[in-house]
Design a protein around this ligand. Structure first.
Ligand SMILES: [Zn+2]
Length: 452
């Protein structure tokens, strides 16, 4: 049993002072506010619940910063994707384990305690399935176990190169499954995560480009009640191609043909009409926003103000993993809105309210919903995922409560994170994960071979 005492902690009911949290068997056994620290309590200043990165493609961490050289034509998402395919085609299962391990170590150091791994690198380099269809998922699980992060595994179904069931192209060969292969992959993936504490599983139909309506209907039941994540309306070209195929825009098509509800998460949903924004918000499905990746890829800016005003639920993900940071994603989300609307504090939710707190609460609730976590936050019964902030950081000094969150998100960033407990295990201390050095060395060895 571990007993922690915080001078202040953000609880589901709001900020509380003098909070004791008891951890047993990886979960929060008790939360008591207004008590003096007892002998044997480990004392810290400020505690927040850990956030989820609800959308990650772990292997892409390996190509972070490698697609920043301008090509011959206009550089777009589609030229970035060619670099991504080349990189994906070269990686061995060991490379995936080393890249994912460093990524999850970095996520924990930055305040993410759960990852939604939208996993689509399934097959061997020539495109043939591994003897164990979940070989690559097992490497993700290995990284999860080593780092201590919680996993929501979202095996991705990917069958086509474009709308209307177009044949996939050669660069996609490691991603492609039939419905029967995918069913076998789901069975094998359930076994892979069975021993991981706090792990759960859903499915990820990749996008309407990669999945036909019949296939979508066939695979959704394979989630067995778990979350369903799909990329939607990330790029203008995707919207145009979807219109040419169906006469409808991607989100419009999903609203009409898919059973969108709280179990669903639409990743990006960047390009929507006002009607789509309102209808999507009403479904209770989560908008899985990846503001840094969306900026990196030149996708566009999500209609966050309108979506939140309509009651929509959002969470954040690190997606391409070009840069890892909970504060960075939330800051970019707000700054995109400021640039778009030429205003400040767009997502604060009203006069006198803290923008950082609104962003944090949104991402906490939306991340939990998208990854099917019932008990979120610092509450009895929840997984003990706790982040403390360093009040000696110059951007946090002298501040309390919401002003601390604003200081973290808008000024200090990840440098303000002190300790992180994941499933009750203290994995980060003084801002450093215990596995940082070993994970870097293993990652760097993979990179020297892959990048050369
Ligand atoms: Zn993605």
């Amino acid at each position: 049993m571990t007993r922690l005492h915080f001078a202040s902690a953000l609880l589901p009911s709001g900020w509380a002072n003098d909070v004791q949290v008891v951890i047993a068997a990886g979960a929060i056994a008790a939360v008591t506010a207004g008590v003096a620290p007892a002998a044997g309590d480990e004392r810290h200043a400020i505690a927040l619940p850990g956030l989820a990165s609800l959308h990650s493609h772990a292997f892409q961490r390996g190509m972070a910063g490698l697609a920043e050289l301008r090509g011959d034509s206009t550089d777009t998402f589609w030229t970035w994707r060619e670099t991504m395919y080349r990189f994906a085609l070269a990686m061995t299962p060991d490379d995936v384990a080393s890249v994912a391990t460093l990524l999850y170590v970095e996520m924990l150091e930055q305040g993410f305690t759960r990852v939604g791994e939208f996993h689509y690198l399934h097959h061997d380099r020539d495109g043939s399935p591994y003897a164990d269809p979940a070989e690559m998922a097992a490497r993700i699980a290995e990284a999860v176990e080593a780092s201590g992060i919680a996993l929501t595994l979202l095996p991705s179904f990917y069958a086509h190169g474009s709308f209307g069931g177009a044949a996939p192209h050669e660069g996609q060969r490691r991603f492609i499954c039939s419905v029967d292969q995918f069913a076998a992959l789901m069975t094998a993936s359930r076994k892979v995560i069975a021993h991981l504490p706090g792990a759960n599983i859903g499915i990820a139909p990749h996008s309407l480009r990669a999945v036909t309506p019949d296939e979508l209907a066939a695979i959704v039941p394979l989630a067995e009640g778990g979350p369903v994540h799909i990329h939607a309306a990330e790029q203008v070209k995707e919207v145009e191609d979807c219109l040419a195929w169906s006469g409808q825009r991607p989100v419009q098509w999903l609203l009409e043909h898919a059973p969108l509800d709280r179990r669903w998460c639409l990743i990006h949903a960047t390009h929507m009409t006002n009607e789509e924004v309102t209808a999507f918000a009403r479904t209770g499905a989560v908008a899985g926003l990846c503001p840094i990746t969306e900026a990196s890829l030149g996708d566009g800016i999500f209609s966050a103000r309108e979506f939140v005003d309509a009651g929509g639920i959002f969470g954040v993900g690190t997606d391409s993993n070009v840069l890892i940071g909970a504060a960075d994603e939330l800051r970019q989300l707000e700054y995109g809105q400021r640039l778009k609307h030429r205003q400040r504090n767009v997502l604060s939710g009203g006069a006198g309210r803290s923008t950082g707190r609104a962003l944090f609460d949104g991402a906490l609730g939306g991340g939990a919903r998208a990854l099917a976590q019932t008990a979120g936050g610092l509450v009895q019964g929840a997984r003990a995922d706790i982040v403390t902030l360093d009040t000696a950081h110059p951007s946090l000094a002298g501040r309390a409560h919401d002003a601390v969150i604003d200081g973290w998100i808008f000024a200090a960033g990840g440098a303000a994170i002190d300790c992180v407990w994941a499933g009750g295990r203290k994995v980060v201390e003084g801002g450093r994960h215990g596995l940082r050095q070993a994970a870097r060395e293993r990652f760097n060895a993979s990179m020297r071979r892959l990048v050369a």
